[in-house]
Design a protein around this ligand. Structure first.
Ligand SMILES: Cc1ncc(COP(=O)(O)O)c(C=O)c1O
Length: 393
């Protein structure tokens, strides 16, 4: 679907709809009238088939305890296999109400208080939160900057795993906020290190459908034809891709039977919920019928990224806008044009934007902002104008 057609058909006003991004802005930014480009959800309605499936299910009128139908597995497995070559089995699959909730459950169930858990910063803030709130010891390996993209520092990762006796590694793949889609050889090197150091890899693949660059996505489960998969737990959801976050349905994929047994035992103790009926109805419809809509979404993300990058770097060549291989989040280094200690003030009070500030992703993010591109081109034009004017002044 063409960019203009997609935007005209699906863009929706979200103010006054109990949206965290719009209606929750005041709590975080002190004002309700900034242009919000934070929270990673989108300004677009879901595919028509998702709305229809939800309406049909709502019309039924009874919402008692429910199962996951066979048709759900079929739709999800077909999506994974046909788009990414990822082969999944039904036995491996568990459900959660969100990927962060599952990350926290996994950290709690598969490690002990005080254990070392590794993360690669800058990274989505809740990774650090789930480690600290579960009273585990965070071990940070910083990604390395190389021109306009980031790489893993494999030597540092291995050295720290050994030194700190790391038990788990939380990987973001594709990586929020730096926009990397990890290649198969990088993932293979990482998985080999995890195998040697006996570190379980938890791979958060929630952004895996949002591939807008040239590098194809490959799941950690598929590396070397699944050679490492007994040492991987994969998490994903249709929520980021199709704007379904509040419907609370996500997947926990555990190929290793012993780990599955530990997880099930722990979940029994926590009386953890097993996903949401409407979340499953919506996700199944999205997997079955959402591909065309998603292609339209890609045209919006690519357009907005290219536009913003060109405007900012033409006006201020000292700004670095990192390559966007995956996600709809632009990672922008403004440290050469705005002193990092003034960044928040300038963005909020001069540019009047609500964005995520880099330090939310770790100290190495100081001086950066993360901009959510999953909005209308008109909003991105407004944001670019406002940023350029604020920097100019
Ligand atoms: C890497 C990553 N994981 C998880 C989430 C949140 O997922 P959920 O709403 O399913 O907890 C996000 C949201 O931005 C994310 O970027």
């Amino acid at each position: 679907m063409e960019l203009t057609e997609f935007v005209e058909k699906y863009a929706v006003e979200r103010r006054q709809s109990a949206s965290v991004k719009w209606d929750g802005m005041k709590d975080k930014f002190g004002s309700n009238d900034l242009l919000p480009l934070w929270v990673a959800d989108t300004e677009f309605k879901v595919p028509d088939a998702v709305t229809t499936a939800l309406q049909e299910r709502i019309a039924h009128g009874a919402y008692g305890y429910s199962l996951t139908p066979d048709s759900y597995y079929e739709a999800y497995f077909k999506w994974q296999k046909s788009r990414y070559g990822t082969e999944l089995e039904r036995d491996w699959m568990r459900f959660g109400t969100g990927v962060v909730q599952s990350l926290s459950v996994l950290v709690s169930c598969l490690s002990e208080p005080g254990d070392a858990v590794m993360l690669l910063q800058p990274v989505y803030g809740p990774f650090m939160n789930v480690i600290v709130s579960n009273e585990r010891q965070p071990v940070v390996s910083n990604l390395k900057r190389n021109g306009t993209h980031y790489e893993m520092d494999l030597a540092d990762i291995q050295a720290k795993m050994k030194e700190k006796n790391v038990k788990l590694l939380l990987l973001c793949s594709p990586h929020n906020p730096v926009g990397r889609v990890w290649g198969s050889s990088e993932l293979e090197d990482l998985l080999e290190i995890c195998r040697q150091e006996k570190v379980l890899l938890i791979s958060d693949e929630i952004h895996h459908d949002l591939i807008v660059g040239q590098r194809p996505f490959v799941s950690a489960l598929s590396i070397k034809n699944g050679y490492y998969r007994d040492n991987v737990i994969m998490l994903d959801s249709a929520s980021k891709t199709f704007n379904l976050a509040a419907l609370q349905n996500s997947h926990v994929i555990i190929p290793n039977p012993q780990l599955r047994e530990r997880y099930d035992h722990c979940i029994e103790r926590l009386h953890d919920p097993a996903g949401s009926l409407l979340g499953k109805v919506a996700s199944e419809a999205a997997y079955r019928h959402g591909a065309k809509w998603l292609a339209g979404m890609f045209s919006v993300i690519k357009h907005n990224y290219e536009y913003l990058k060109k405007r900012l770097t033409t006006a201020f060549p000292q700004i670095t806008v990192y390559d966007l291989e995956g996600t709809y989040l632009a990672w922008i280094d403004l440290s050469q044009v705005i002193p990092p200690e003034k960044l928040e003030w300038v963005i909020k009070h001069r540019a009047r934007l609500a964005v995520d500030f880099g330090e939310e992703f770790g100290p190495v993010g100081k001086g950066f902002i993360r901009v959510n591109l999953a909005t209308t081109p008109a909003n991105i034009e407004k944001a670019a104008d406002a940023l350029c004017a604020a920097i100019q002044n």
